[in-house]
Design a protein around this ligand. Structure first.
Ligand SMILES: Cc1cc2nc3c(=O)[nH]c(=O)nc-3n(C[C@H](O)[C@H](O)[C@H](O)COP(=O)(O)O)c2cc1C
Length: 203
């Protein structure tokens, strides 16, 4: 079965008014759009307002009927991989991002994820470390390289580019890894689907 150019969603994890994350995500999205080995889509959680997760059953069994959850599931299912753009709030990542993760399960499975963190002095590293612990349970395959942007308030020039040129180099390396894994895991998901089809046909 053939594979397609990996569709990578850049999920912006801050919905706060006046968020710095918008600049970070716009910069990264433009950088990724220059490549021809991925199709990048910026997914803004503001456009997917979700109820607070309170389902009586795990999303491993069934996701909620609420049309907002269904719309979120349909969007996440479209992608072959993800990059989470996360600020650091009190040494962690935002609750709105955890809520968006918890609502789904199978939609995340067997796809790669990379991280772009930003914040104060630590550049979002504690938020990214926490996310690394969480994504394993969602069946996401995390890549090693991560972009960390300290002092985000002064990290970008008037041209929208990071003052520190190293961030673009790291971002390219991160995209290389996510693109590679997205291609490989597409093969795996296609193979799994073929085995399921054969099993159903012979049942
Ligand atoms: C509630 C809150 C807690 C924060 N805690 C931290 C923190 O623990 N470490 C850090 O480096 N920055 C912290 N910051 C600074 C944020 O990382 C910074 O304001 C960043 O711009 C937030 O992302 P956003 O503007 O896209 O929402 C905190 C900001 C807020 C609003």
């Amino acid at each position: 079965m053939s594979t397609r150019t990996p569709r990578i969603q850049l999920i912006l994890g801050s919905t706060r008014e006046g968020r710095a994350g918008e600049q970070v995500a716009q910069w990264f999205a433009h950088l990724a759009a220059e490549r021809d080995d991925v199709e990048i889509e910026l997914v803004d959680l503001r456009e997917f307002p979700l109820p607070f997760f309170d389902s009586p059953v795990s999303p491993k069994r069934r996701i909620g009927d609420d049309p907002r959850i269904q719309a979120w599931a349909a969007k996440v299912a479209e992608a072959d991989g993800y990059i989470f753009v996360t600020p650091e709030y009190n040494y962690g990542y935002p609750a709105v991002l955890k809520n968006a993760l918890d609502h789904l399960y199978y939609q995340w499975n067997d796809k790669p994820v990379g991280f772009v963190g930003y914040g104060g002095i630590a550049g979002g590293i504690r938020a990214v470390q926490q996310l690394r612990q969480v994504v394993v349970e969602l069946g996401l395959a995390q890549v090693r390289t991560q972009v960390l942007i300290p002092k985000v308030f002064t990290a970008f020039g008037d041209d929208g580019q990071p003052v520190d040129a190293m961030h673009a180099t790291t971002a390219s390396a991160l995209l290389d890894e996510v693109a590679d894994w997205a291609r490989m895991l597409q093969v795996k998901r296609n193979a799994d689907a073929s085995v399921d089809e054969l099993a159903t046909a012979s049942a």
